[in-house]
Design a protein around this ligand. Structure first.
Ligand SMILES: Cc1cc2nc3c(=O)[nH]c(=O)nc-3n(C[C@H](O)[C@H](O)[C@H](O)COP(=O)(O)OP(=O)(O)OC[C@H]3O[C@@H](n4cnc5c(N)ncnc54)[C@H](O)[C@@H]3O)c2cc1C
Length: 396
């Protein structure tokens, strides 16, 4: 059967699901998105980094609004504690052209491109059966409906992945990412100016922090400071579920407080220390390898495929690239078999390469950190290049 006019179900209506729905609608498909959360997806309010070229492509292709708020950055400054020097000592200014946005703003911008009748929220979709020509999906109380293609955009714990790549599941290295945000106006003196050129990387024994500014999703024209601290807690983390803002147990805050007090330059310790406890969340780090992205008429997108550690800055980017690849495959082939074969080859390779990159960066930046302060100005770029398979920056 041809592509245009095909009935397609997208399971999951977050970043990957909305982007896939836009892609497939543009290819002429009759798309239905099933999202189990009712109404607006509740934001976690955190930042997302994307290469400038990705934003330009998304705007040019009509996926997101040209007025999507972003905070531009051009470099990432690695610093280490140096006695009482407020902002620490600069180890390396890594060129990193990036556009920071806010997850909520990105999701809302994508969601606006998906017509309301197409987006069925408050509905859990379940695959009933499948063969080489289609897939039957039941959704909520509706009886099974036959689709020519189902895209699993159901996140890192994907049920669709279990059918496409059985046995692929989250692998946890044991460390976590403590994250927080608050309004820029509450930053200590000197922090805003230091953050204007891009992101700060605060390096300490056993981990590092990323600190950068993002657009505020609630107050137009304002910005938030967004920080994330990667560290290994005394007890390795074994459950990949996010501990949402406001629900982090006091004991889980202790490793963060210790790392910040002992390892951060005073200015950056103050920046993290000013965060209200109810705005801090903890994401156990995990990743997923998936040998394939397609099985019959099932395809994976976003975190439902592979998932890379956040050091790669790729969660949203990969989901959006999946959608762009799907759309371009649909425009260049006449039937699903060749669209899906090309998508499988390209996206499984790209996704697994990112997972491998994330593991390698995690080893150097968290699991086996060097003596940061002893590194010369050529050592750190060299160390980075080795860990990042020859890249000097993230989005090369
Ligand atoms: C509410 C929310 C807030 C987030 N906030 C941030 C953030 O601030 N910063 C950040 O870096 N990342 C955030 N993420 C993660 C980020 O969206 C992803 O890592 C990345 O963008 C890839 O997204 P995804 O669409 O593949 O997966 P996800 O964003 O995880 O979305 C998967 C979606 O599938 C839905 N779903 C799962 N199973 C079913 C089913 N059977 N039927 C119907 N629906 C189903 C889920 O409800 C979910 O909305 C957030 C994710 C969510 C869901």
């Amino acid at each position: 059967m041809g592509i245009a006019g095909s009935r397609v179900a997208v399971i999951g209506g977050s970043i990957a699901g909305c982007a896939a729905a836009i892609a497939l609608a543009r290819a002429g498909c009759d798309v239905t998105v099933f999202e189990r959360t009712q109404g607006v997806l509740r934001d976690r309010g955190f930042g997302i980094g994307m290469p400038p070229s990705m934003i330009e492509t998304l705007i040019a292709a009509g996926y997101v609004s040209p007025v999507l708020p972003v905070v531009p950055g051009e470099e990432r400054v690695f610093v280490v504690r140096d006695g009482d020097t407020p902002a620490g000592r600069v180890l390396w200014r890594q060129p990193l052209p990036v556009r920071f946005t806010n997850w909520s703003l990105l999701w809302r911008s994508l969601r606006q491109q998906v017509a309301d009748p197409v987006y069925r929220d408050g509905v859990i979709a379940v695959i009933e059966d499948m063969n080489d020509m289609g897939v039957t999906v039941s959704a909520g109380t509706s009886a099974g409906t036959r689709f020519d293609l189902v895209v699993g955009a159901d996140g890192y714990n994907s049920a669709v992945r279990q059918r496409v790549a059985p046995g692929s599941s989250p692998h946890l290295p044991g460390y976590g990412l403590w994250r927080g945000t608050y309004p820029e106006r509450l930053l200590p003196d000197g922090a805003t100016a230091a953050l204007e050129p891009g992101a700060m990387m605060v390096c300490f024994p056993g981990g590092h922090a990323m600190i950068y500014l993002i657009p505020d999703h609630l107050r137009t024209g304002r910005r938030l400071v967004n920080w994330g601290v990667y560290l290994c807690p005394p007890q390795p983390m074994t459950d990949p579920a996010l501990i949402p803002p406001g629900q982090v147990p006091t004991a889980t805050m202790i490793p963060l407080r210790d790392a910040v007090t002992r390892g951060f330059p005073p200015l950056w310790a103050d920046v993290v220390g000013r965060t209200p406890a109810e705005r801090i969340s903890v994401q156990p780090i995990f990743d997923v390898i998936a040998p394939q992205y397609v099985s019959g008429r099932l395809a994976l997108a976003g975190d439902a495929g592979t998932t890379a550690r956040p050091h790669t800055g790729s969660g949203a980017v990969k989901a959006l690239e999946d959608a762009l690849a799907l759309e371009s495959g649909c425009h260049s082939a006449a039937e699903w078999a060749s669209v899906l074969a090309g998508y499988d080859r390209a996206r499984a390779a790209a996704g697994n390469a990112l997972t491998t990159l994330g593991r390698s960066l995690g080893r150097v930046l968290v699991e086996n950190t060097p003596d940061w302060g002893a590194l010369s100005e050529t050592d750190l770029p060299e160390l980075w290049r080795e860990a990042a398979s020859g890249r000097m920056s993230l989005y090369e």
